[in-house]
Write a protein that binds this ligand. Structure first.
Ligand SMILES: [Zn+2]
Length: 286
């Protein structure tokens, strides 16, 4: 199944637009809807495009800036948590980006799927089905401009909607007014806001159990085949085999510093964990 990365109104037939508008009405793909009962998708997109054009700003700039702000905020909260701060305490304070934009996020159960592309295929076992979608999001964001005393609110999906569909939503509670976005984010014509990323190697925790002697996700094999072992702290031993590892603590041990294996950090730990080395792309600056 090939899912389109971008889909613009001029790529769609009148029949396809009608189907998408149907998904966007309140209580269809989302309770609040993306488009109220009477609005035309084409008219909303065309009116908002004129607003951006007037300011000399592109949809890509807006989408990239939103993605960059969200990515930097998650990165700041993650680093605060790894430095020992409570993750949700850090999130409650917001993340300061560019010295004047403070980003706050609220997470919801479940995620909101993009209404532009939605297809299903039966799974091989014939019981369920696979869902193919071009975008989704599970957070709502508020960005406050601290030098203006202004703010905008938008769902996580908005960066994708704006950049990849040129859509800011239409007259619903989740709409992002493009005029407000340009002013509050202080967007400048011609500036490249593409999020910058860097790669970091992290040990990601896989599975854990409270029974160190049971065979759990290949744990006994790892214990036998370990290429080397490391005494992490008193009472905690690490068994390493390639890009897999096993941490065994037979009793409760408090560790103040973040656990590092060959310089790469392990995010958190419980009694008995299988960890796996992964390369993770992180949004860091811009
Ligand atoms: Zn989409």
């Amino acid at each position: 199944m090939k899912v389109p990365k971008q889909l613009f109104i001029e790529d769609l037939s009148p029949e396809q637009i009608k189907v998408i508008e149907g998904r966007m009405r309140p209580s269809q793909y989302s309770h609040a809807g993306f488009l109220n009962q009477n609005l035309s998708l084409r008219e909303v997109i065309e009116a908002d495009a004129k607003v951006l054009e007037h300011h000399g700003i592109t949809h890509k700039q807006v989408g990239d800036k939103l993605d960059s702000l969200m990515g930097q905020a998650f990165r700041q909260w993650d680093l605060a948590s790894r430095a020992g701060e409570d993750y949700y305490g850090a999130r409650a304070k917001g993340a300061l980006v560019d010295d004047f934009l403070r980003v706050f996020a609220v997470c919801w159960m479940g995620s909101q799927q993009c209404p532009f592309f939605y297809e299903t295929r039966p799974s091989e076992d014939g019981i369920g089905h696979y869902v193919y979608n071009c975008g989704s999001g599970s957070h709502d964001f508020t960005v406050k401009n601290e030098r203006q005393g202004t703010e905008i609110r938008f769902p996580q999906l908005m960066a994708h909607l704006v950049r990849d569909h040129h859509f800011f939503e239409g007259d619903t509670s989740y709409r992002l007014n493009p005029e407000d976005a340009v002013k509050v984010l202080e967007l400048k014509s011609g500036v490249d806001y593409t999020p910058k990323t860097e790669t970091e190697i992290l040990w990601r925790t896989g599975s854990s159990t409270s029974d160190p002697d049971g065979d759990f996700c290949g744990s006994q094999e790892l214990l036998r085949s370990a290429e080397r072992t490391v005494d992490v702290a008193s009472g905690i031993k690490l068994y390493l085999d390639g890009d897999k590892g096993l941490i065994v603590a037979r009793e409760h041990v408090d560790i103040k510093e973040p656990l590092k294996i060959d310089g790469a950090e392990v995010c958190y730990m419980v009694q008995f964990i299988v960890v796996k080395k992964e390369l993770i792309e992180l949004n860091t600056s811009m």
